[in-house]
Design a binder for this molecule. Sequence first.
Ligand SMILES: Cc1cc2nc3c(=O)[nH]c(=O)nc-3n(C[C@H](O)[C@H](O)[C@H](O)COP(=O)(O)OP(=O)(O)OC[C@H]3O[C@@H](n4cnc5c(N)ncnc54)[C@H](O)[C@@H]3O)c2cc1C
Length: 418
Amino acid sequence: MSFDVIVVGARPAGASTALLLARAGLRVLLVDRARFPSDTLSTHQIQPPGVALLRRWGLLDALLAAGAPLVRTARFDPGPAVLEGAYPGPDGVLSPRRTVLDALLVAAARAAGAEVWEGFAVTGLHVTDGRVAGVEGTPRGAGRPVTATAAWVVGADGKHSTVARSVAARPYRTRAARSGAFYAYVDGLALRGGEMYPRPDRLGSAWPTNDGLAVAFLSVPAHRFAQVRSQGLAAGFAAGFAGLGDLGERIAAARLAEHVRATVDLPNTFRVPYGPGWALAGDAGLVMDPITGQGIANALRDADALAAALIAGLGGAAPLPAALAAYHRGRDRERRAMYRLTTGLAAFGPDRVGRRLYPAIADDPAEVTRFLGVLAGLVPAGPYFGPANLLRLTVARRRTGRRAHPARWRGGLDVPEP
Ligand SMILES: Cc1cc2nc3c(=O)[nH]c(=O)nc-3n(C[C@H](O)[C@H](O)[C@H](O)COP(=O)(O)OP(=O)(O)OC[C@H]3O[C@@H](n4cnc5c(N)ncnc54)[C@H](O)[C@@H]3O)c2cc1C
């Protein structure tokens, strides 16, 4: 059993990587210990850059047909001002249930020619001459271990990646887990597009998903997780939404369609995503708190970039180490500012920036759209939260007939460093 590439993990990062490699004609094995359709502990906003990739890969229509609506407007209500408007560009936010999304991606990878082993748990890597050359694992129900070999192994096996651990992929920019998350499916909750309510001690949000339901998400500081839980999951969840605009009242008047899920297993880290015979994609290579809902789109972006690097490298069009180095650099360049924004938000506390920024832009539809573009990963967060832009949006807009010079700005407005 020998392949060009073995991909471990068959959700957004892995199934998409396998799909793209198989479409390029590579012999691909995709394995997962789960059997699909399979749920996982995650809400499911896909940010517009991820939606754009699903469209490009020809999968968006099938997802939309499965019933989750594309949301093109959002309401961001931090308290003193409400920012309500449209996302930039043609693609909004889509929140398909993971049972739907992940099964669709696996089916697409299989249809593209990838061999798929469901119910196969990878227990270790096959290493020859100091480089990864395959995987070892056990098919569920069969006692006999199996070894499959390949030119390259992709670890798309999530935040507790077996592949990353086996190759000792170096972590960096690690931040301790900062938040705890709760979510539930709500029946009969009318929404104004996507809704987000950040507060110094919590964040609530709600998005329409499949089956006419909404998925409601509550994030609290990690040290408050046990206290919210101790009220009973349903009661603690409902109490967490109280006072978030009128969302709490609307949730209280609606019906929980399923039990409340909760987790405090929310690490934040980058890992070096490649080495001899191996590469990482999705949460295995870079995981961040779900408070900004970036993980799925990030996984899809990784799949796109990593598949391109492997196709070029294994096909001889470019030296593979250079292609993978470019994948690493591109990923970090693209995500660094959002990681900083995300870990800053998940640390909770006073919002120094927002206090001035939100009231200054709330009445300007173009600026609201731009801000929503930052949250969606469409507008780079780094320059947006840089002093020059914040000065433009706050101080300069308040002064009439006089432009303040960015260099004179001493306010230190920036995304709070965690
Ligand atoms: C509470 C919560 C809410 C979230 N909400 C959002 C959101 O709204 N939007 C968003 O974009 N992101 C969200 N995320 C993050 C999102 O879930 C992840 O970023 C995303 O699932 C990462 O995809 P992935 O393919 O990299 O890994 P995963 O989805 O974790 O998939 C990894 C796969 O690898 C398999 N696997 C692992 N180890 C092995 C092994 N040894 N052998 C075989 N198979 C293995 C697993 O079975 C799994 O199927 C949320 C996360 C949490 C915890």
